[in-house]
Design a protein around this ligand. Sequence first.
Ligand SMILES: [Mn+2]
Length: 341
Amino acid sequence: MCSDERVGTEMSVRLLVATATDVGRVRPGNEDAFLVTDDVRLIAVADGMGGHQAGEVASATAISALLDCVNRGDAIGDAITAANEAVLTRAAEDQALRGMGTTMTAGVVADGALRIGHVGDSRAYLLRDGALRQLTTDHSVIAELIAAGELTEAEALVDPRRAMITRALGIDGAIAVDVFSVELAPGDRLLLCSDGLTTMIRDDVIAGLLAGEADRDSAAEALVAAANAAGGADNITVVVADVVVADVVTDGPDDGAEVAAAGPSGTPAMPTASAPAAPPDPGPDPDPVAVPFADRGPVADPDEEPPPDTDAPGTETAADVDAHAEAASPSRRWWQRRPRA
Ligand SMILES: [Mn+2]
């Protein structure tokens, strides 16, 4: 899908990665999670949703299952499917976790390319030669309406439906995972991020910060700072990955492994990649802005078909955004996640 004139398709490349996560300025806790493995071949971002800190459990459970499955050799799409099952299973075990869900955007480096698996409205971007390209398609009501020509980008910025997503892990046993590959070239810079970044600052601002900060740690911190300066209405998580030829010596101690479930303080827990932490303990701290997802069937039986959601907006649209889907097209349910401030 990338058109340039690199010689061959198996140039050996690797990633050098910086990460940042922050609770933002409004939310009581950070429900995002991210993953960078020791060998820096797998990177991921997950944005959890659910009341009373269930979102933290959802994103951490999904990240842990993703890592286990990729480590045992599963393809990225299969690993995300297994992560979905792990979230459903965890929710079925605990009444307090019913209805939790999470996005997942993950990439595995192999044979000079990034194999991406994606569900939800977290995003992957590629900065190449100063130009930023969104690699993933949002699984959101707004994105589907824009794709169908029923809404303009300008209208979308103020549309009250912008908080609604159409796909997530933890909703249904049948999940459609977008899976595709992007060839990598030395000098490329990748960004994985949660929507707490992209709903706060525009793509041209993201591009400017990514291109303007040669140091990837500085770039990651600058992105989070910009989202907070714009309001910080949601948790913000970024993974900035520079593509280098594989025999380049690592350039510092910061390029080691990180698996983090972001905690309420915004300080990530740091278990090792080979032994990911258990999901965070849902503490007693109430979450005053949490609301139940609408139109959700019981999670205990993922095979049970809930009644059709006939009045959901966007239900007849967006066949084209499913172009990457490996599995059958998902049902067109949606739910309202926590309202944005
Ligand atoms: Mn979010």
